[in-house]
Design a protein around this ligand. Structure first.
Ligand code: UDP
Length: 337
């Protein structure tokens, strides 16, 4: 936890029965860890397509190996009715979701439907939180992106199995909130990094960390002027915990991310500097860069408008990019042994 959460937060979570789909993933495992610290009884559902048992091996959560796109009755014990459901199952890195397009669109659409229908009949008072994404904004024409922006998405592009499925997931949440009066909340997660990311998942932060630790050039796609805004995972998970807990967040869609914006070239510079600091050596100057083709439909700019998170949750990130990178690189260095 990056800061002490208010005492009403642990009171809220203590002894709650909490289901986390995707609990063995990068964000899901950090969320599961914090929920357990807050006294919740956590059941993780994960099919380990992109999650890893190693991420939760140190945790006491119950683990069910299953695909959340299947009917809920096929994997949850009949007597189990959760108080809270965090639906976080999904591949999330562009190379990974493009390698698993069917699983990706099903887990964000069909699984959302299955879970909400199950709750509707078995636990209509349960709270449901859907992990959506900044990718619902596509290649945004509004900058920074507030929740009121409808986005600019290619409906049949290489990223659509993910971003259109997340948009449909949001639609399914909206139907269950409006038409069936269920308690549904949506978080739009912007680029997040931290310990336990999959170093092989092809995203920019793990790629650059891997390259820096191996003393290899940074592989920059395109000319590196495209931007992203990176949030440290502890900050993100604090915001998610508050979004589920706050009564006033019922039915709300909230961006969570760090508004600090970096070009990909600046990202390489910071990773270059911080990884040299962690290794105790002088950073190569200038950072070694190799340019590679820009992937199709790669968004040019991305930065969250977090005004709503500040107002509804009283939340904003507190960990700087350098501080978070230091923790992350230290984690991966120690893992490499
Ligand atoms: N990128 C890069 N080198 C890499 C991986 C990604 O230059 O090894 C770029 C990618 O083209 C994109 C940005 O970094 O512009 C962020 O990519 P990522 O895959 O992390 O996630 P996205 O935000 O695109 O979903």
């Amino acid at each position: 936890m990056s800061r002490p959460l208010p005492s009403d937060v642990s009171q809220f979570y203590a002894q709650k029965k909490v289901l986390v789909t995707g609990g063995a993933g990068f964000i899901g495992s950090h969320l599961t860890e914090l929920l357990l610290q807050l006294g919740a009884e956590v059941t993780v559902v994960d099919n380990f397509l992109t999650g890893a048992r190693q991420n939760i091996a140190h945790l006491t959560a119950e683990v069910i190996e299953a695909d959340a796109s299947q009917p809920v009755e096929t994997y949850l014990p009949a007597q189990y009715t959760p108080d809270l459901v965090f639906h976080f199952a999904s591949p999330a890195s562009p190379p990974k979701y493009q390698a698993h397009p069917v699983e990706t669109y099903l887990v964000n659409s069909m699984a959302t439907h299955q879970l909400l229908q199950y709750l509707k009949s078995k636990a209509p008072k349960a709270r449901f939180l859907f992990a959506s994404t900044s990718e619902v904004y596509g290649d945004p024409q509004v900058h920074p992106q507030p929740e009121s922006y409808w986005g600019n998405v290619n409906p049949n592009g290489v990223r659509s199995c993910y971003d259109e499925a997340k948009r449909l997931g949001e639609t399914i949440c909206g139907v269950h909130s409006r038409d069936f009066q269920m308690d549904v909340r949506i978080v739009r997660i912007f680029n997040t990094y931290g310990p336990r990311m999959d170093l092989e998942d092809g995203r920019v932060i793990p790629d650059f960390i891997k390259q820096a630790l191996a003393g290899q050039p940074f592989q920059v796609y395109g000319d590196g002027t495209q931007t992203r805004s990176y949030c440290y995972v502890d900050d993100l998970v604090d915001g998610i915990i508050l979004l589920m807990q706050k009564d006033s967040a019922k039915g709300q869609t909230v961006n969570l991310g760090n508004p600090g914006e970096f070009t990909v070239l600046q990202t390489a510079e910071v990773v270059n500097r911080v990884s040299a600091e962690v290794k105790g050596v002088e950073p190569p100057s200038p950072p070694p860069i190799e340019f590679r083709p820009l992937p199709q439909d790669d968004p040019l700019r991305r930065r969250p408008d977090i005004q709503k998170a500040k107002e509804v949750l009283g939340w904003e990130p507190v960990i700087s990019f350098e501080e978070g990178l230091k923790k992350t690189i230290t984690f991966f260095q120690s893992r490499q042994g």
